[in-house]
Write a protein that binds this ligand. Structure first.
Ligand code: GDP
Length: 195
């Protein structure tokens, strides 16, 4: 897709009513700091559309980015942030679940996992939630540039085993530093939107 215009159209907090869109949605999930804002900025060809974790006061909301008036890229709140209370974490969990369960226009969910580390308990729970709601998550293995080339296959295998991925699940390695994987993600998104 050629990005002509992007705008942050809708922001939903824990008490918000979720929108009833008539355009297809593609959602991105992942733990806090996994590189989700950096990925969204790379996909949108913008430097700072989505706020990155290094900026203080990042609120936990579902953000709907309107792309070319033809689709919504949906940024789900990052989970597993250590500095918030359990009660707060549960509220975000409910918000994410409400969205996955309720959205009628959601076409696909991408789950971001740091390629360097074993998936966490939260990552596994998120993977299960997405599947439970009837979606086959596509995995984006982030921060690819942090690994030596010789380590990549071993780490992909670690993610596959750690998350107990359904055979055939796609894993796309990505780096926001080099933009490797960006075109592949867009090709996949384009094919999902054409379905
Ligand atoms: P978010 O919390 O998931 O939105 O994560 P951010 O996009 O804010 O990224 C968290 C931190 O990881 C920031 O310091 C980013 O600069 C860094 N980061 C994100 N993606 C990459 C990547 O592909 N490679 C490297 N080396 N660093 C990254």
């Amino acid at each position: 897709m050629v990005i002509k215009n992007v705008s942050l159209d809708i922001v939903c907090g824990v008490t918000s009513t979720l929108p009833e869109n008539d355009r297809p949605e593609i959602a991105f999930a992942g733990k806090s700091n996994v590189g989700k804002s950096s990925l969204i900025n790379a996909l949108m060809n913008r430097k700072a559309l989505a706020r990155t974790s290094s900026q203080p006061g990042k609120t936990q909301t579902i953000n709907f980015y309107n792309v070319n008036e033809s689709m919504y890229l949906v940024d789900l709140p990052g989970y597993g942030y250590a500095k918030v209370s359990q009660a707060e974490k549960e509220k975000w969990g409910h918000l994410i679940e409400r969205y996955l369960h309720g959205s009628k226009m959601l076409k696909a969910v991408f789950l971001l996992i740091d390629i360097r580390h074993e998936p966490s308990k939260n990552d596994k729970t998120m993977y299960e939630w997405i599947r439970y709601n009837g979606y086959q998550p596509i995995i984006i293995a982030t921060k690819l540039d942090k690994l030596k080339r010789s380590q990549i296959q071993k780490h992909i295998k670690m993610l596959r085993q750690g998350l107990e991925l359904v055979p055939g699940t796609q894993i796309i390695p990505f780096s926001s530093a080099t933009k490797q994987g960006r075109d592949e993600i867009w090709e996949l998104m384009d094919s999902i939107l054409e379905e």
